[in-house]
Structure formats: C-alpha cells, structure tokens
Write a protein that binds this ligand. Structure first.
Ligand SMILES: NC(=O)c1ccc[n+]([C@@H]2O[C@H](COP(=O)([O-])OP(=O)(O)OC[C@H]3O[C@@H](n4cnc5c(N)ncnc54)[C@H](O)[C@@H]3O)[C@@H](O)[C@H]2O)c1
Ligand SMILES: O[C@H]1[C@H](O)[C@@H](O)[C@H](O)[C@@H](O)[C@H]1O
Length: 337
C-alpha cells in the first residue's frame, strides 16, 4: 500500500497555489511532487521552498513522472476533460476542482472512462460538502429532525469576477456549487431550472447580466432558489436558509468577532472563498488523501460532476430563453449506486 501520496498539481493559479500550500503545510500523508503550469514561471514560483518538487509546463510529463502517484487538477474547467482522461488511464487518485467539465457531454465521457476502468478514481472539488455548517444542515435533513424539508433559499455573492468571466460562467462556474449543494441536501436529482434576469448592477463587466435568480425543483418537489450575484462589491457571502415542516435553519451568515469600540459596533465582511471555505478545503483534501492511501475514493463523484454539468447545461439554456428547462440525465451507472 502507498504510504505517501506524491501529488502533481496541474495549474498554479489562485486555487492551485492555495492547494499547494495546503498539501505542503497542513495535509498529512501527502507531498507536492510536481507543479505544472503552461506559465512555467508560475510553476517555479509555486514550488519554492518545497523540497523534492519539480516545476513543469506539460501535464502529461507530470503524469509520466515515476515520482507522481496522484493528481490534483486546478486548471480552468474547460481544460479538465483532457487531463482527467489521461489520469484515469494511469489509474491514479484524482482530485478535480469543480466543475468536473463545463458541459454534460464531456462529463459523460469522463464517467464512461471511469466506468470502463471498473473502480472510482475521481473526487470532484465540491468543498462545501466538507464545510461544518453544510454538514450540520445536511444531518438535520437526513435525520428528519424538523420534519420534511420543503424549500431551500440560497445566496451566492462574490465581490467581483476575474477577467474573462462570461455570463454563462455565472451558472457553470458559480451556481454549479448550488446545484451540488441542493443535490447533497436533498439526496435527489434536480429536475428543472429557470433563470430570471431582472434589474442588473452597473458594476458588472460587459456581457454579464448580474445578479440572476435561479429557480429549481427536485424529484420530490422541493423548491429551491439561488441569488447569484458575482459583482456584489462588499465581500464574499454564501448562505442557505432551509424551510422545514417544523422550523427554519440558516447557515452561512457573518462570523464573529463582534466588536464594540470607539463608539462603533460590528465585525468584518468575509473577503473571499479562501477565508469562507479555508477549513472546508483542508478537510476535503485530507479526506481525499486518507481515502487514496487506503486505495479508495470518497466525496463527490464523477457522477455528481456529470449531474451538475447537466444542470449547468439546462441552466445556460434557461438563461437564454427564460423558460423552465428540464434537466436531462443518462441512467446512473452501477459504479455510483
Ligand atoms: N472550489 C472552489 O471554491 C474554487 C475556487 C476557485 C477556483 N476553483 C476552480 O479551480 C480551477 C482553477 O481556477 P483558478 O481560479 O485557480 O484559475 P486561475 O486562472 O487563477 O489559474 C489557472 C492556472 O492554470 C494554468 N493553465 C492554463 N492552461 C493550462 C494547461 N494546459 N496546463 C497547465 N496549466 C494551465 C494557468 O496558467 C493558471 O495559472 C477552476 O476549475 C475553478 O472553477 C474552485
Ligand atoms: O471559481 C469560484 C469558486 O468556485 C467560488 O467558490 C465561487 O464562489 C465563485 O463564484 C467561483 O467563480
């Protein structure tokens, strides 16, 4: 059995760099063996101070490196499919940042490749499942503590968007988290999606309509809505309010400390996802490493990646026509049942 995961991190941008720090400083049982970025200078900067790590410009070279026995993919979503298929062929543990891929067809190819391999190798980076508050709400739902879950209200607000963030990416890159969260909370597939475009902020870059209101239904008729607002300026906020037969549960509000001083009271707004979900990323990556070291894979699967990609596809269509669009899913392979 492998004693240490020697991880190749593909993509040394905002998220890849954060995961490299986590793998080399806080995660037990794993080391960074290689960092790959088309911008080699970025890869070189990212391995500084990490003994034994090499910087490369080509993902395939890292996968063929005998010192590498696992891969963490943190390139932009449209590049995931190619690296995933090559990593599956190597039969090594894979942590793929969300989205698995941006559309259902390419995600299905990844599912098919894993099914052909005969065992699971991919964990998708839906880190919210590892957040303490998400876990707590999930257990209220699963244990039926407040009766049946009836509705979910989500807010997903980012301070601003990086260059090149398209209108479709409000769905593919951001609401994809809520697609997974709603499936995680309800244990059901999402059946339909509608997107309403109302009054828009002047702060959105050209081509983006921001905010958007996404309305969803699940198999048993749970209704959910998402306010996606990615140029909200004031800070980062991800919240959910769940309505049950016997009560309401809210998660994701502002965290302390609450200070009163010099004639003022208040606290600080969370600036970004690193601060809001830092602990969840640590738990996510540690559980990937722990499972991989015992020859297993846990957490969100390639099926979850595919199902959320199918939601994204329906969501992007709904963005264009304003209609309620049905989510089309292939039959679930036995590997994921
Ligand atoms: N889970 C989360 O909360 C979260 C947060 C942010 C980003 N993400 C995801 O992480 C991924 C990366 O996002 P990011 O914000 O770090 O992007 P980024 O643009 O900051 O970084 C991407 C990096 O990949 C590199 N790259 C591009 N093509 C490459 C190739 N062919 N081979 C190797 N490297 C290549 C780029 O040079 C860049 O350094 C995306 O899938 C994104 O959706 C997830
Ligand atoms: O890639 C990021 C990341 O996934 C964040 O968690 C999310 O809040 C952003 O909207 C998205 O653009």
């Amino acid at each position: 059995m492998t004693e240490t995961l020697r991880v190749a991190v593909i993509g040394a941008g905002r998220m890849g760099t954060d995961h490299i720090q986590r793998l080399s400083k806080r995660i037990h049982g794993a080391e960074v063996a290689a960092v790959v970025d088309v911008d080699l200078a970025r890869a070189q900067a990212a391995i500084e101070g990490i003994p034994g790590a090499v910087a490369l410009a080509d993902a395939e070279e890292a996968l063929n490196n005998g010192d590498v026995n696992a891969v963490l993919i943190a390139t932009p979503g449209f590049l995931h499919e190619d690296i995933l298929l090559k990593a599956i062929a190597k039969d090594i543990p894979i942590l793929c940042e969300k989205p698995l891929t941006p559309d259902a067809e390419s995600s299905w190819k990844v599912v098919e490749a894993e099914v052909a391999l005969g065992h699971k190798r991919i964990q998708v980076g839906f880190m919210r499942r590892f957040d303490a508050e998400y876990a707590a709400l999930g257990s209220v739902i699963r244990n039926n503590e407040l009766g049946e879950l009836l509705m979910l209200h989500h807010q997903h607000r980012n301070p601003s968007t990086p260059e090149g963030f398209t209108n479709e990416m409000l769905i593919n890159d951001s609401v994809v988290h809520e697609f997974d969260a709603i499936r995680f909370f309800t244990g059901e597939e999402i059946t339909s999606i509608q997107v309403r475009l109302g009054k828009a902020t002047k702060n959105a870059p050209n081509g983006q309509h921001d905010p958007q209101h996404v309305l969803l239904e699940t198999e048993s008729g749970v209704l959910a809505d998402v306010e996606i607002y990615v140029n909200a300026k004031y800070g980062y906020e991800v919240g959910t309010q769940a309505s049950f037969e016997e009560g309401v549960v809210s998660i994701g509000g502002d965290k302390g400390p609450y200070t009163r001083s010099a004639g003022r009271w208040g606290g600080n707004v969370t600036p970004g996802f690193e601060e809001r979900f830092g602990a969840a990323y640590d738990v996510e990556i540690q559980s990937w490493v722990d499972a991989a070291l015992s020859g297993e894979i846990g957490g969100p699967t390639a099926w979850d990646g595919y199902a959320t990609a199918a939601c994204c596809e329906a969501g992007v269509e709904a963005q264009k026509n304003g209609e309620k669009v049905a989510v089309k899913l292939a039959a679930k392979p036995d590997l994921y049942k």
